[in-house]
Design a protein around this ligand. Sequence first.
Ligand code: ADP
Ligand code: MG
Length: 468
Amino acid sequence: MQGAIPDAPRWGEILEVFRSRVNQQQFNTWFSRLTPLSITEELARLAVPNIFSRDWLNNYYLPVIREGIKAVLGTEPAVEIAVVESAEVVPTTPDRAGEPPPPAPPATASFAPDQSGLRRNPRYPNFVSDVVLNDHYVFDAFVVGPSNKLPHAASLAVAEQPALAYNPLFLHGSVGLGKTHLLQAICRTLLERRKDMKILYLSCEFFVNHFISAVKGGDLREFRNRYRRADMLLIDDINFLARKEQTQEEFFHTFNALYSSGKQIVLSSDSPPKDIPTLEERLVSRFRWGLVAEIEPPDFETRILIVKRKSRLRGHEFADDICEFVAERFTGNIRELEGAVLKIFSVADLLKKAPDLGVARDALRPLLSAGRRKITVDRIIAEVTRYYEVRQADLQSRRRSKSIAFPRQVGMYLARRLTDHSLEEIGGYFGGRDHTTVIYATEKINRLWNRDRKFKEELEALIREIEG
Ligand code: ADP
Ligand code: MG
């Protein structure tokens, strides 16, 4: 963290005490970025990068912090946690350290955040959100491929010409494929270019909770005013409206008010409008007025590009063989790809080596081989032939008829997923096919897996069989 100088004596030892009192994950999340500003006998001033960490530490971990300091320094100073520097947001109410509340320009007062949990971003006074914008979620960092070309182009168009290009823009796709990234990229672009635009960017969960508390508190008018004053409303994960009829009704009116006054609306969802359970028909039809665009799981080439890009962003672009190694094995979503990249960097760090293929194999082995050691391709073939009622000899033959080709593709897919064999080896098991055939098969089945819920369930059952 910039700004905080870890100058307190024996801070390292104090950290070790913290580490011994909480579990690894808690330590990483809450303590690893905690730094001392100054520690005297009376007062320990510590810093964290954001208010979430500060509040969380204040609420749950003060005893641990006090104990840690006492154990090492033998003193019991009061503990004060400040938000320092890189913090993007400022608290909406004055905090304990006495920071002033954020300025609220009179002209936009009615748009200003309040006690509800909405925050204002000091860099962008016209931006109100319950979420902290991620600096990495910008268009420049978004890798475009066939799977996300349309949603990407549509998002760019909205950022160029709000309310004129597509309204509403409805992005859907399963988790970890870049919906939030695109929504935030739209926000970021407009915040930089159009300082006058009032942008409201919310998680759907926030909208729902805010609505419920407005109803309870009897200040619905307040609630409505706020939402209808935005020039652009983006709601992430709108599928959260499922089974919340009252909020749907309210959102319907919000939507109409904004839409009819020419304001841009952008929504994201894990499924297309018609598949959101119990979503009112009139909302379904409105969501389709503009453009509904699906983000699909990235194909092999795009995954390679993503791994390349992510590694470059972290300061060391991986060689092609590592990128392919990762892209072959992590076929689901982009967050997994990112996780793999991080893992490789952390193991390389540990080994004090530059990331190479060997490091990548070591780093990812635990992620890849959990519980898969016993699974052999033979076992997969046995289960697949049983399930699809085909003969093993056919599966391993060169016959191309559909009734054989499909189970064979499933077999290759499962072998990729459940074993550590290389593409070539897998091709060998299935009648001497080359690696491109194996890639083609796995991509195809992967797409089906993501699209077709029933197929996915069948395959999951089959996997359970194979895993015994
Ligand atoms: P979603 O909202 O669809 O669940 P996110 O937008 O949170 O997914 O994306 C998950 C992670 O993957 C984020 O870190 C995001 O930056 C990254 N990501 C997603 N799509 C891309 C892409 N096309 N290029 C680069 N990074 C991406
Ligand atoms: Mg998201």
